[in-house]
Design a protein around this ligand. Structure first.
Ligand code: KG4
Ligand code: ZN
Length: 351
């Protein structure tokens, strides 16, 4: 690492995590996260107003903690990056206002960056420089996106996304149907490991015929969730016993199968040999197994950062900021607007 490489401070506040990190080049110096998840759990979902207020309270202490952990001061910071979309508008506004104040006060450039692309960018801090081209599958409670990344700082193409529920969201809904605590994803995953993935033939959305032709790389999980609900209703109406573990395993199999099948088809079509998987849903054990197995067979290298860098964090934003600085991309204007549905073709807010 050259000492001359700029020190980038990254701020993440798109949902319920307040994350602040410091990155120099591709080296992560500190990464601190505060989460308001405990305040939302009793509501069974994220409450945007509660999340915004929590960001307001957490932002300054989290910045201080990150600077202390990195052993630097604000005066050492060369650029500020902030996730300016997509996400909850109130939450984005708090982080972005803080980032603008820092950039203005320090007289350093500000980059408003795309949170979803950050989920891919963070892998460079873990597994080293990216190859010339790669695919990124970003899966969480809020997103399920398949991206062709020609250059993480300048050229990202969205191949597909979910048309309805995100993968983690579908797991959380099925968790609720099975009477599991919120967020249900990890609980469904644990239960699935004790069941038979072939027990119930749940549907694979957008995977056949005309639907596949029209949406080769898009996902749809709401039909699958409805199929699980119908299955459970059917058993209840008939007074029949069922195995919750088999339901969880068959459901998990359907989600992982569709994600991996479509991703590998995109790798073949675009002649890509590297896949980066990011987002909190990358913790899913069946997705990991199936991706490892089928990618190895197809000669595709899979890169998945450790889970703390897959859930929302500041390191992913600082990593993307650092890539933008390295690529010589012009900073964003100080009066940039947050964008709750920021397009995935936009890596950062243009000057
Ligand atoms: O990235 P993340 O922490 O938050 C955002 O959604 O942005 O992802 C959390 C989502 C939740 O829906 C959670 O239930 C799901 O990912 N999740 C899982 C697992 N771990 C987390 N879903 C299935 N299996 C898991 N092991
Ligand atoms: Zn995210």
């Amino acid at each position: 690492m050259a000492v001359s490489e700029p020190l980038v401070l990254g701020i993440e506040s798109t949902c319920d995590e307040t994350g602040v990190a410091l990155v120099r080049g591709r080296e992560l110096l500190a990464d601190v996260t505060a989460s308001s998840m405990d305040e939302h759990a009793r509501f069974g979902g994220i409450v945007p107003e509660v999340a915004s207020r929590a960001h307001l309270e957490a932002l300054r202490p989290t910045i201080t903690a990150a600077l202390d952990a990195a052993g630097v001061t604000l005066a050492d910071v060369d650029a500020v990056a902030v996730a300016s979309g997509p996400g909850l508008v109130g939450s984005l506004t708090v982080g972005t206002a803080g980032a603008k104040a820092l950039a203005l006060g320090l007289g350093v450039p500000l980059y408003g960056v795309n949170h979803v692309i950050g989920h891919a960018a963070v892998d460079e801090l873990v597994h080293g420089p990216f190859p010339e081209r790669f695919l990124a599958l970003v899966v969480s409670g809020g997103h399920s996106s398949l991206l062709l990344v020609n250059d993480v700082a300048t050229d990202v193409v969205e191949l597909g996304q979910t048309l309805d529920d995100a993968a983690g969201e579908a797991f959380d809904k099925v968790g609720r149907l099975l009477g599991l605590p919120y967020p249900g994803g990890p609980h469904v995953d644990r239960l699935a490991r004790q069941g038979d993935p072939a027990a119930i033939a749940f549907p694979r959305g957008l995977s056949k015929g005309r639907e596949l032709a029209r949406h080769p790389y898009d996902f749809s999980f709401s039909g699958l969730k409805t199929a699980v609900a119908r299955y459970l209703e059917g058993r209840a109406d008939a007074g029949e016993e069922y195995s919750p573990a088999d339901v969880a395993a068959s459901f998990s199999e359907a989600v992982a199968d569709v994600l991996v099948t479509k991703t590998l088809r995109a790798c073949a079509e675009h002649d890509v040999r590297t896949l980066v998987i990011g987002g909190g849903f990358s913790a899913n054990s069946r997705l990991r197994e199936l991706a490892a197995e089928r990618c190895a067979a197809a000669g595709v290298e899979v890169r998945i950062p450790p889970i703390r860098y897959c859930t929302d964090n500041g390191a992913m934003i600082a990593a993307l900021g650092s890539a933008l600085v390295r690529a010589g991309v012009a900073p964003s204007p100080l009066d940039l607007a947050v964008d709750s549905s920021m397009a995935l073709s936009l890596v950062s807010v243009p000057a």
